[in-house]
Design a protein around this ligand. Sequence first.
Ligand SMILES: [Cu+2]
Length: 432
Amino acid sequence: MKISTRRDFLRAVGWSAAGTVAAGGLVGTAVGGNGLLVARRAEAATTSLSLVATDGYLSVPGREGNPLYIFGFVPVDPALSINELISTYKGHTKHTAPTLGFLQNDDIKITLTNLGLVQRPDLTDAHTIHWHGFDLPSPLNDGVPEVSVAVPIGKQVTYFYRPHREGTYMYHCHFEDVEHVQLGMTGIVFVRPLQDGTSIGGFTRFAYNDGDGSTGYHRHFAILLNELWTNFHDGDRDIQESIATDYDPQWFTINGRVYPQTVLPNDSASLPAELRIPTPNPNYDDAVDYSQPNSALVQVNPGDRVLLRMANLGYQQHSMQLPGIPMHVVGQDASLLRNGAVDTSYWTNTLYIGPGEARDVLFDAPTYDAARPSDSDSWGAYNVYYFKNRDWRKLSNFNSAAPGPGGMMTEVRVYSPARPLPTQTAVSQTYV
Ligand SMILES: [Cu+2]
């Protein structure tokens, strides 16, 4: 395509469907290594969703009555007008951002609306969405403000994606990114392989186009690691500068929660109060928000093959352990760990993951044994295995008077066959 006008440019980078969508569709054929399929499905779909960007607060043990100031993304009804979005969501953000899952080669449109900040009306920052780790982004839709557009307060931009390579990734705001990422604008995005829905090796759902079922799973869970450093959060709240080289976080989170918040279910207004995380919002006369929607609880049946879709958007490396259950790392940074015919996946009891990195980790849930350490919740009796940071300094909740571990830890609950869990229908589903 000869590019002579701005409209041609937008078409060339995929902004306008008319310029880029190939007609028809072949079911994909594997080419080369890494299980990359290139063709779109004949029934390739378009998914549209909407997010808003604004500020708010979240609760951590040790800061009772003094919640941490955050920025974040909230999923919203696309039918709402900008004024309706502002009146409903401005100042009521959440962390972490919703886990997004799409099928390889489908078209995705995400509309981002910047609602502005209640606590900092002086701060006129734009926001963007950056899908981190994708190897074929169109620059205009990549959310890096220096080379694409950013969304000013009161405005909307619709991003367009067609993810060609399956795997687990992450997304974040890229505007003033050291600040906005730490403030909470982070989430997991994953791309399901075209192989999904076929039956290979006894599985119908897979992490990758592996061709042999070696990345098949029964249940999958999004696990996003972050840290919280009070200076950034209190500094932004109070119009004070933070020096990033002094970074010294106090809380270590999974999906925006610290243990034992991590084992509460996904937030829902239908839950009893003791299963939700209330946050008094100082900007609204301490009216209660529920700002930490995403559970890190891993509920499984004995014998399930389980996929942990992990990413780290903190600024430190973490080492995660699951004592009692070996972990099989089959994917790294959205790449199948296979080099031609050579299997480069590995088994480990300690998983290392650096900032901006992703891992796909499989494990097999053990049989239920009533003689092992066990407990029960509203679903039933379970054996518990702890998925936790290896570093004891990251297993406490700063300043909290509550006894016991905290921080970057959650539970794998293997339920008694007396009441098995139903088939999982969504990533990170929780059962109460
Ligand atoms: Cu931002």
